[in-house]
Design a protein around this ligand. Structure first.
Ligand code: FES
Length: 82
């Protein structure tokens, strides 16, 4: 069910002005863009007519969630090593 939800989410346009989907944004985040500004430079989010008023909050939440997941993964890996 969660995978199905993720698949549907991937097709959603997060940055509506620039027609940038969640899948594109998540791929850029996984490639190392860990801030809104980095994403803006790499894929152009937030450069549309609304100047990020509609998408910034959603994109920043995705970046924060990804960072939390990375930290949780690090803690889990460190726990296994000791
Ligand atoms: S929705 Fe992203 S710049 Fe307008």
């Amino acid at each position: 069910m969660n995978t199905q939800k993720n698949l549907i989410d991937n097709f959603k346009k997060v940055c509506i002005c620039r027609s940038i989907t969640a899948a594109t944004i998540m791929q850029a985040i996984r490639d190392g863009c860990l801030s809104f500004e980095a994403l803006r430079r790499k894929i152009g989010v937030g450069t549309g007519n609304c100047k990020a008023k509609r998408c910034r909050q959603n994109i920043e939440k995705r970046v924060q969630d990804h960072k939390k997941a990375l930290k949780a993964e690090e803690v889990e890996t460190a726990g296994k090593e000791t």
